[in-house]
Design a protein around this ligand. Structure first.
Ligand code: NI
Length: 393
């Protein structure tokens, strides 16, 4: 136990030493947000910090990603810790001194915080290098918001030889200083669809001489909700949202076609497959009812992000050893994460890091989102301790 106490103290000391620098780096990244696969400046900042810390790294992994490696002084497995770096196409309204200088772009999901947190993990684990078992691979991932960066990094070999992985996200509904975890599905599968209902255009006053795709599409929107209410068990989770409908030009013309764009979210493979089959069946049936053939493009996204029990249990126990009882109840989210692709390949755990500032209610993807920066040092301590203990187990 003496050794574990030493590790805890060393982590505390390393974090105290780095915290001001991590906040400075976070603010610099926040002021210069970059969209998916354009994170070249951010990757440059990461590379500079890793060089300062003496952590070997490789740039250009998954196009704009960076991979740092810390080789422990003792034999053991290889763990990946992944943080994402991209921003969103949202105009910032925080009025902060370090607000975005790139018009129309903002770190509204806190990936600036994630990048700084992973640099904190790098600093801590570098200081523990001789006592560390195995090796730590730090993935600074691009393009999470378009669900493309994880796949790109995996394609470039980022998971080769990896035994387990940790992911994390800041959660403003959890107060800073607290953490959350979910058994099973942490985030949902996210798939998209594009439907085109084909009719025959004509004069609005003579609908019988045309085939109206808008009436058929309106009925289709309602029918799609039966995927949730009639085809998914009441205790299972599924979301169907039609987010865009495009048809027509003016009030007195029935158009030729109507396009619908939407997303389906689910927490299990069974529900995911059933939803796809039902969507295709309902679309295929539209012609018999309304004389409107319906094209159905199912665009696969990511699977559910599944936590592996043993990695979750080991991480939660390690974080409690480091920070005490810091966990609050949490439940599965219908949001999606491309960390799911990592979790589908190696046993993984996603830690929810409380980032809610006292008195604030703004949420992720909001133009006024302001995470509490205290979450950076705390998140880095938690992740570092989890990695140390998992590698030594
Ligand atoms: Ni995010």
């Amino acid at each position: 136990m003496a050794q574990i106490n030493d590790v805890g103290g060393a982590i505390d000391a390393a974090v105290r030493l780095e915290e001001a620098r991590l906040i400075e780096v976070r603010r610099d990244i926040h002021a210069h947000p970059e969209l998916a696969f354009q994170e070249t400046r951010t990757a440059g900042v990461v590379a500079g910090e890793l060089a300062r810390l003496g952590v070997p790294f490789r740039s250009g992994v998954g196009r704009t990603g960076v991979v740092g490696t810390i080789e422990g002084g003792r034999p053991g497995p290889t763990i990946v810790i992944r943080g994402d770096m991209d921003a969103l196409p949202i105009g910032e309204r925080t009025g902060l001194a370090f607000a975005s200088r790139n018009a129309g772009l903002m770190h509204a999901c806190g990936h600036d915080v994630h990048t700084a947190t992973l640099l904190g993990v790098a600093a801590i684990l570098k200081s523990l290098q001789p006592e560390l078992s195995g090796r730590v691979r730090l993935l600074f991932q691009p393009a999470e918001e378009v669900l493309g960066g994880a796949a790109a990094m995996i394609e470039d070999g980022a998971l080769d030889g990896v035994d387990l992985a940790l992911g994390y996200h800041n959660h403003p509904e959890i107060p800073v200083g607290k953490f959350g975890f979910v058994r099973g599905a942490n985030y949902a599968a996210c798939d998209r669809f594009r439907l085109v209902v084909h009719g025959v255009s004509g004069h609005a006053a003579y609908p019988h001489a045309a085939v109206d795709p808008i009436v058929a599409a309106a009925s289709l929107v309602g029918s799609l909700q039966t995927l949730v209410s009639r085809e998914t068990g009441p205790l299972e989770a599924c979301v169907v949202t039609v987010g865009a409908i495009h048809a027509g030009t003016v009030h007195n013309i029935i158009p030729d076609s109507c396009e619908l764009l939407g997303t389906i979210r689910s927490l299990t493979l069974t529900v995911r497959l059933r939803a796809e089959a039902a969507l295709r069946r309902i679309c295929a049936g539209l012609e018999a009812t309304y004389r409107t053939p319906c094209e159905c493009d199912w665009i696969p996204g990511v699977p559910p992000t599944l936590n592996a029990e043993e990695v979750l249990d080991g991480s939660v126990a390690a974080i409690r050893r480091q920070l005490g009882e810091v966990f609050v109840p949490a439940e599965s989210s219908m949001g999606a994460e491309d960390f799911a692709l990592i979790a589908a390949r190696v046993p993984s755990f996603v830690l929810r890091i409380g980032s809610g500032a006292p008195g604030r209610t703004d949420y992720l993807h909001n133009s006024d989102y302001q995470p509490d920066e205290g979450c950076i040092a705390l998140g880095a301590s938690a992740l570092a301790r989890a990695a140390v203990d998992l590698l030594a187990a």
